[in-house]
Design a protein around this ligand. Structure first.
Ligand SMILES: NC(=O)c1ccc[n+]([C@@H]2O[C@H](COP(=O)([O-])OP(=O)(O)OC[C@H]3O[C@@H](n4cnc5c(N)ncnc54)[C@H](OP(=O)(O)O)[C@@H]3O)[C@@H](O)[C@H]2O)c1
Length: 241
């Protein structure tokens, strides 16, 4: 049994992580922006009252991050796995309109910076805050959900500035972190989940959230210290930086 904290747990990949971690017997702390609106996670509480706890967390809110640490620390001294999953793209409701992120001539610095905040900086701040709980685990892991769109090697067309660059930034920030936390025994990686059928990925996407998440959890199960800092696909294969 593991103790897992998942951000952006109310829908999409985050919700699939919650379900599969509960099914395998983990103690799950599900981070959601608005617990009262996270109906699908709320409905799991009845089935898993001992295993599941909702944690209010807008990942960009420093006070909420501190409160989330306090809430989790009251329930456990140790976390085994942190999954930095919350993210937005240019189509997300709170992105402020896609043109500000996509179209040369209409790009807006404040919109771009706020996407960097959610996708790149928040995962680092969350990891930093939870290192002390992770250190207590015999096999601590940090998994940050990145994207193939963050790959410099694969980028061969214009547009989609902020999402692509925010995931590239995430990759580097988490690679820096990976080598800092490895001496504590914490293995941190970034993962491309593939193209997944969620609100973000759309219905034409190739993978179901269940397939992607099962793959990622399998990858996490098999991580060793030699994997620290790597960029992997949901199926465990290497992704180009
Ligand atoms: N789907 C794909 O094909 C795909 C491909 C590559 C990478 N990814 C990455 O996979 C991760 C999950 O994406 P998804 O496909 O599940 O997207 P999604 O269906 O749009 O869900 C995004 C989740 O992130 C949460 N979130 C957004 N901003 C937040 C904030 N400031 N604080 C806390 N939570 C926040 C949302 O919460 P609310 O419900 O409160 O809005 C929601 O739970 C993201 O990092 C995404 O970039 C997805």
């Amino acid at each position: 049994m593991g103790r897992v904290f998942i951000t952006g747990a109310g829908r999409g990949l985050g919700l699939a992580f919650v379900k599969q971690c509960l099914e395998r017997g983990d103690r799950v702390f599900a981070g959601v922006r608005r617990p009262e609106k996270a109906e699908q996670v709320q409905s799991l509480l009845a089935e898993y009252p001992e295993q599941l706890e909702l944690v209010a967390l807008d990942v960009t809110d420093a006070d909420a991050l501190e409160a989330s640490w306090q809430q989790i620390r009251e329930k456990t001294e140790v976390l085994d796995l942190l999954i930095n999953n919350a993210g937005i793209n240019s189509m997300s409701a709170d992105a402020g309109g896609s043109a500000a992120h996509l179209r040369l001539g209409q790009l807006e610095s404040d919109r771009i910076l706020s996407m960097f905040n959610v996708n790149a900086i928040a995962p680092l701040m969350i990891a930093q805050r939870f290192i002390d709980l992770l250190e207590g685990s015999s096999s601590p892991r940090i998994v940050s959900i990145s994207s193939w769109l963050g790959s410099l090697t694969k980028k061969s067309s214009g547009g989609n500035y902020s999402y692509c660059a925010s995931k590239t930034a995430l990759n580097m920030l988490m690679r820096c972190l990976a080598f800092d936390v490895l001496p504590k025994g914490i293995v941190s990686i970034v993962v491309n989940p593939g193209w997944v059928q969620t609100d973000m990925g759309g219905s034409r996407a190739k993978l179901t959230p269940e397939e992607s998440v099962a793959g990622i959890l399998n990858v996490v199960e098999n991580l060793t210290e030699t994997d620290a800092g790597r960029f992997l696909n949901w199926d465990g294969s290497e992704h180009a930086w």
